[in-house]
Design a protein around this ligand. Structure first.
Ligand code: SAM
Ligand code: SF4
Length: 449
């Protein structure tokens, strides 16, 4: 709402485009919060913006080109409005640094993955015509105090970062190089944030990090992840806890036990296998075998029968034979993932796997990807159909896609749409599932909880 014309004249608009993972989504929320204090209101339209930021990802090939295309596209806006500020942050910024400023003379600022807190200063400088790049890593305790909080995002479900960076160096992955060393936040800071969110009416927290289940393992005075979950579960007002992402090698018995005895912990886990063959897993430097992975899956199913398991799988890793690939198909049949993110391997410069010879053509990789997609579509549909007739507790999060419908998530993370009154948004309801689709379920409201 605009209060008077003077205020309207001073209002500045931020357009932010986010690429990649939930970590980037969470960083973008942080950026929006920080820049609100500098007078910027978020807009959904780039043409309205006084400041355009691209929060980038470089996990797979082609990311840089995508960003370059967007920068070229925004050049015309800059030509039309000289005061427009253009910035790039995230993993591509971390990787390319001030080359970006040289390559794109109309770009004003570049900020790395450890430099979010400098953004208000960089923007202020850019308003005066300065062009700056800040990409220094902060690989010490100081980083723990540089977590600007998120305000004003979705009221019901919020990300809470518990750790940053990664020390695993999977041979294909660029994350440790662009996100830096693994660092766990202090548990007290995390719990303060969760309490604060509960006070604001947040019902669900999603504990976030590249490898959340190694939380606290390298810090003498901090609890491990299972104990952190128990403490978060004790926060009044928080009804649901989810977390992402977990690494199979750090999936402890204590953490699995939380699925048995922590009712607030949702029956859903993202546990990427990446491949089904031991030979490929070893070349990927994943640190577990197929049998060890399956052991964790069986333990999870025992602790929480019906748990929805999701994962990531890479197809066409260097040296992946037809037999290796069939091991991936058979792992998928054995685990029965509720959903799977499938990636065609792409070499990332500087990683160990990028030095391995690639034997598969693009066409072969795509053909294998299609086979994985077909199998996963069948399994997902079978799992979705298994919910038919069941009662599901749903946290109503918003209006549905169709008029008259509202929508939320079941404990399993599945989206459930059903006819209902938008006044129910924010409450838990019981919904009977009456139809199953590939990406969602349709229900009928039974009762409010
Ligand atoms: N930390 C998480 C983990 O270990 O599962 C995920 C990190 S990464 C941002 C998300 C996914 O991207 C990975 O699980 C992997 O499947 C995929 N990925 C990473 N590097 C890749 C590459 N070079 N080519 C294809 N897919 C890749
Ligand atoms: Fe990348 Fe492996 Fe770390 Fe995940 S665990 S971020 S895949 S290096």
């Amino acid at each position: 709402m605009r209060i008077n014309n003077d205020f309207a004249m001073n209002e500045k608009y931020l357009f932010i485009e986010t690429f990649g993972c939930q970590m980037n989504v969470n960083d973008s929320e942080r950026i929006v919060t920080m820049l609100a204090d500098s007078g910027y209101t978020q807009t959904a339209t780039a043409t309205d913006a006084d400041l355009i930021l691209l929060n980038t990802c470089t996990v797979r090939g082609g990311a840089e080109e995508k960003v370059y295309k967007r920068l070229s596209h925004f050049r015309s806006l800059k030509k039309a409005k000289n005061s427009l500020i253009l910035g790039v942050g995230g993993c591509v910024a971390q990787q390319e640094g001030d080359h970006l400023l040289l390559k794109f003379p109309w770009l004003d600022l570049v900020f790395g993955t450890h430099n979010l807190h400098l953004l208000p200063e960089l923007v202020q400088g850019a308003e005066k015509g300065e062009r700056r790049c800040e990409t220094a890593f902060i690989d010490n305790e100081e980083r723990l105090d540089l977590f600007p909080p998120v305000k004003g995002a979705s009221r019901l479900s919020r990300f809470v970062t518990v750790m940053q960076g990664c020390d695993n160096f999977c041979s294909y992955c660029i994350v440790p190089y662009v996100r830096g060393r693994e660092i766990s936040r202090r548990s007290e800071d995390i719990l303060d944030e969760v309490r604060q969110l509960a006070g604001e009416g947040v019902k669900e927290v999603v504990l976030l990090g590249q490898n959340v289940n190694s939380y606290g393992l390298k810090t003498a005075d901090e609890p491990d992840f299972s104990r952190l979950i128990r403490s978060v579960g004790a926060v009044e007002g928080i009804s649901r806890i989810r977390f992402t992402t977990s690494h199979p090698k750090d999936m402890s018995d204590e953490l699995i036990a939380c699925f048995a005895d922590q009712p607030k912990l949702c029956g859903q886990i993202h546990l990427p296998a990446q491949a089904g063959s031991d030979a490929v897993l070893a070349r990927m430097n994943r640190g577990y075998s197929r049998a060890a992975y399956l052991d964790r899956i069986h333990a999870l199913n025992k602790a929480r029968p019906g748990i929805a398991i999701t994962g990531d799988m890479i197809v066409g890793f260097p040296g992946e034979s037809e037999e290796d690939f069939e091991q991936t198909l058979s792992l998928m049949e054995e685990v029965r993932y509720a959903d799977l993110f499938l990636f065609v391997y792409s070499p990332r410069p500087g990683t160990k796997a990028a030095e391995l010879p690639e034997e598969l053509s693009r066409e072969q990789k795509v053909e294998r990807l299609e086979r994985l997609l077909g199998l996963q579509r069948r399994i997902t549909m079978e799992i979705n159909k298994s919910y038919l007739g069941t009662l599901q507790p749903v946290l109503v999060e918003g209006e549905g896609k169709r008029p008259g419908q509202i929508s939320g998530r079941a404990d399993s993370g599945r989206i459930v749409n059903f006819p209902g009154d938008p006044a129910l948004i924010g409450s838990f309801v019981m919904v009977r599932i009456v139809a199953a689709y590939q990406n969602s379920l349709l229900g009928e409201l039974q009762q409010s909880m």
